[in-house]
Design a protein around this ligand. Sequence first.
Ligand code: ATP
Ligand code: MG
Length: 280
Amino acid sequence: MNGAGDAVAMDAEYLGKTVAPAVGRGLPRVFAVANQKGGVGKTTTTVNLGAALADLGHRVLVVDLDPQGNATTGLGIDARNFDASVYDVLLHDVALEDCIEPTTIKNLFVAPATIDLAGAEIELVPAFSRELRLRRAIDAIRDDFAYVLIDCPPSLGLITVNGLAAAGEVLVPIQCEYYALEGLGQLLRNVELVRSNLNTELVVTTIVLTMYDARTNLAEQVVSEVRQHFGPAVCQTIIPRSVRISEAPSFGEPVTVHDPSSRGAIAYRSLAKEVASASA
Ligand SMILES: Nc1ncnc2c1ncn2[C@@H]1O[C@H](COP(=O)(O)OP(=O)(O)OP(=O)(O)O)[C@@H](O)[C@H]1O
Ligand SMILES: [Mg+2]
């Protein structure tokens, strides 16, 4: 079901190099949060996992790599209030350090995106070392943060390739809905292409099931199917579907601030502990 065929079609050995659970990973850890399928919870997971890791006392940087700028606004940053953005980092050699903004949450910082970034997909095409621009920018600030979370757009274009090339790990949110696994094979093949051509370290270590609705049999089926295919790379913590999570961005807050005792906040805090427990 769910178009799983294309993910399963990869042989076990191939899959084993591309997908493996995080164990004893040294800090800093840089995650590309990626899935070319739209609306699966990439931004929500970036913002809330970032906030929950910051609450654990880690310095966290969220890099907004999506022209929609949802991670930026979801963290309460107003596009009118900053001079430089990730677009300038990718296209105009502005240092990442010069575009990083603090958030209202201690230890949590964001490199913001604006709609300008939509042009980068095309403008990067003729650029020198176009795939490695973000990697170089992150290299310069790597030691200032324990966790860097890169919120990728819903595509597999050059912007996402920059995210994958800059990361050590890929975090893939999967929505517990019909067609959940559709396109995952394509994502994994792209990860593999980036790994063999640009970034030998890259591994999908963290698969997060999101928008789980306990009232449906389908959600339970998706969970067991994803666990069957990807085994220990799938996080134990499952993020429930929750109105609190979906309304928090309109307040410019992660759910952990918006409603700290809600199920969504509890789930993202539990995910943060689980992710951090794999750090050396
Ligand atoms: N656990 C959840 N419960 C309820 N709503 C959620 C949950 N996670 C995400 N949403 C909502 O679903 C929508 C899509 O989520 P999100 O923006 O995080 O996905 P995305 O993968 O980043 O989307 P895009 O591909 O457009 O970047 C948003 O309106 C968000 O508020
Ligand atoms: Mg998004």
